[in-house]
Design a protein. Sequence first.
Length: 280
Amino acid sequence: MLIRLLLLAATTLSAQPTAREVIDRIRAQVGVPWTEPTVDTIKAGDPETPITGIATTMMATHDVLQRAAAAGLNLIITHEPTFYSHLEGTDVLAKEQDPVWAAKEKFIREHKLVVWRFHDYWHRRRPDGILQGMVTALGWTKYQNAATPALFTVPETSVETLAGRIRQTMKIRVLRVVGGQNLKVTKLALLPGASGAVAHRRLLQRDDVEALVIGEVPEWETIEYVLDASAQGKRKALILMGHVPSEQAGMENCAAWLKTFLQDVKVSFVPTAEPFWMPK
Ligand SMILES: [Zn+2]
């Protein structure tokens, strides 16, 4: 009996792949050659940790880590940073002096979590895994331009109705709109996340883009540009979903994709809470 139990325990243990093995399998499936430099690296934890379950998420916030650990998911696959900047620690204040950073690292260590970022290659995959998840969630697949997947032609709608629908569909607490108060549009562009003002302006310069839907941007870049375009009588509007809501469905899509080839590990999508709230 004891031998059988030991054998059972041994098979259970050996059946658990390590974080490194899981990541290698994902890299092999992406369909894009892996090149350096990339931000898609382990941010915390031991790569040799046996994996009991995988959580995909938009942002490995402390709250997400707590929920993943409670659910027995110890490999966190996060789209955005864990430690507060794109390059996570090589470009910002020393982490040794930061109490928030230290507490988060301690939680990861104590719960034997491994946090891996899956950003560059989830976007580089064709179709872009984030865009694909978002377009499906928004119900825009039928409006998508085949040659340029960021562009859409929708039945004519006011910017206000469009923004309201996006807000309702994606359950966003704080969505902001710039310009286009009385504008009716059919031509949209969607750039989730923070693609940067240059990418935003390239789209806004096109005649086939009236409303641009993005995650976020500093308020003195694309926002000022759309305000000026509106003041000049140009047919332009900007809808800011917020970064997390603008990409979140893309990481739910990632969980679905992982399940197609990671049959021996539990995979769950752990949603990241929208950070903003409005006073009543
Ligand atoms: Zn992204």
